[in-house]
Write a protein that binds this ligand. Structure first.
Ligand code: PLP
Length: 357
């Protein structure tokens, strides 16, 4: 089976982990510091703060912005649940806005109608590695004085009008094993605000600036240097990985004829964390997935259910919600392998399998 994702682990990653083990400096040492530095370069931001995961990056970002009980956060229901769970961790309320059909991302045209006096932030998601419409979103944020948190967990290296994601608002990234670059587990926050960066560092490490003096409630969200070492080696590979993902997506786009292929708007730089097609017009997605899998093609359904219909959100009273584009996409999307370890034969197998649907 051609896997839907596959981490690349080379000699540099192995050597870097051994180096850390031999150094005895296992947590938040020089590798974490260099990983942070490399992220400031990737995102063109002044500061980057490493955490244990994308989820904890989002959690810390919300806390450091002072978002909590009584606040509302506008977000997308078509995402990995961590985006929404982070809002719940801080006691705020997610307010779901429907997505755009062509980008799968939150629709800025529907945002203003969702803003109330309690709205404090927009938590958007650059889904599948495709940037949101940042012009429209930043304009709304400025007009209503809202914090912008970019869940860029799937989108490291993506750009909107030439500017890296994670540099518009507060960036949150994941270095989970299947991401475009990975550390096994890991996360990163990016920002240009020195005070905010300092708050993030403190929340990450039990509220400490000075050892054993706790100025605020914090957590242990420190990255281990073993993970940071892997992530650091991968940052050196990001450009190459992204080029291969783009080339793979271009091949699929130009050879798949039986279904509509994903387009990219001018000025949006997609980094193809996922390559996602749709079973439109009532096509049977389950049957298509079965056929593809039988042909040896791994698939993913990201995501089969809107966030507002997950059990804990239904229990909170969100069960009545039904946003039409989201409702449609959860039944239609199929992601195909696009990762950098695909061979030419793999790509041809994928094309042939899809064109037989
Ligand atoms: C959109 C999105 N947000 C948040 C996360 C959470 O990241 P992590 O798994 O590193 O906690 C992920 C990935 O898993 C994700 O895809």
């Amino acid at each position: 089976m051609i896997p839907i994702s596959k981490p690349f682990i080379g000699e540099e990653e192995k050597r870097a982990v051994l180096e850390v083990l031999e150094s005895g400096m296992l947590v938040q040492g020089p590798k974490a510091a260099k990983l942070e530095e490399n992220f400031t370069a990737i995102c063109s931001t002044q500061y980057a703060i490493a955490t244990t995961s994308g989820t904890t990056a989002l959690h810390v970002a919300l806390l450091a912005h002072g978002i909590g009980p009584g606040d509302e956060v506008i977000t997308t229901p078509f995402t990995f649940m961590a985006s929404v769970n982070a809002i719940l961790y801080v006691g705020a309320r997610p307010v779901f806005v429907d997505i755009e059909e062509d980008s799968f991302n939150i629709n800025p045209a529907l945002m203003e109608a969702a803003i109330t006096p309690k709205t404090k932030a927009i938590l958007l998601v650059h889904l599948y590695g495709y940037p949101c419409n940042m012009d429209a979103i930043m304009e709304i944020a400025r007009k209503y004085n809202l914090v912008v948190i970019e869940d860029a967990c799937q989108a490291v290296g993506a750009r909107f009008q030439g500017r890296p994601v994670g540099s518009f608002g507060t960036g949150c990234f994941s270095l989970y094993a299947t991401k475009n670059i990975m550390a096994g587990e890991g996360g990163m926050i990016t920002t240009n605000d020195p005070d905010f960066a300092q708050r993030c560092r403190m929340i990450r490490n039990h509220g400490m600036q000075r050892r054993y003096y706790h100025d605020m409630l914090g957590y242990n969200f420190r990255i281990s240097d073993l993970h940071a070492a892997i992530g650091l080696a991968q940052t050196e590979r990001l450009e190459h990985f992204t080029e291969v993902r783009k080339a793979n997506a271009a091949f699929l786009n130009s050879h798949i004829t039986r279904v509509k292929t994903p387009g990219v708007r001018p000025g949006y730089e997609h980094v193809w964390h996922q390559y996602t097609i749709r079973m439109e017009h009532g096509g049977d997605r389950d049957a298509a997935v079965k056929k593809l899998n039988e042909a040896g093609i791994g698939t993913g359904v990201f995501y089969p259910i809107p966030a507002y219909r997950q059990a804990h959100l239904v229990a909170m009273g969100f069960g009545y919600l039904s946003l039409p584009v989201t409702e449609c996409m959860v039944n239609e999307v199929i992601s195909l392998p696009v990762h950098p370890l695909l061979s030419q034969m793999d790509l041809e197998t994928i094309v042939e399998g899809v064109n037989k649907l």
